[in-house]
Unconditional design. Structure first.
Length: 147
């Protein structure tokens, strides 16, 4: 879905609950190709002239999550990374060395996992597929570091 339409649809369907501030948080996530954590969203919000506290950013993110507009991923860390749900199902790879997050196309396996859960009688809300290991660059560097 194209980014502007995503935001417009979101505002239209959730209009009353999407304050200017929450819209901006959504815009920040939408404009970023990365998986931002709350601190990064906070810094970007400040750089766009929004006067908010980190706690407010957390609350906005949590509301956007409840509205189904934003997803949170843990990636094996104690803090979440956020992205809009506009990209459709995909898997994530995180590098254990440099922390890089890469998106992987994996709709088939995700659809299959969802169907599996539904066959078991569950109402599946989210399917998360997370791979971790070492990215190609880190593998190269690790080879060079070896004596
Ligand atoms: Zn790496
Ligand atoms: Zn992603």
């Amino acid at each position: 879905m194209d980014a502007d339409k995503y935001l417009i649809d979101a505002i239209r369907s959730q209009g009353r609950r999407l304050t200017r501030q929450r819209q901006l948080v959504l815009e920040i996530l939408q404009d970023s190709s990365e998986h931002l954590d709350a601190d990064a969203v906070y810094e970007l919000a400040k750089s766009r002239g929004l006067k908010v506290s980190l706690a407010t950013i957390y609350r906005s993110l949590s509301l956007l999550k409840d509205l189904g507009l934003v997803e949170e991923h843990r990636f094996g860390e104690d803090h979440g990374h956020f992205e809009t749900t506009q990209d459709g199902p995909h898997a994530h790879f995180t590098c254990l060395r440099c922390g890089r997050v890469v998106e992987l196309e994996a709709p088939k396996i995700i659809t299959a996992a969802r169907a599996h859960g539904e066959r078991a009688g569950f109402r599946v809300v989210e399917v998360t597929l997370h791979l971790s290991g070492y990215c190609d660059e880190c593998q190269n560097e690790m080879r060079e570091e070896q004596p």
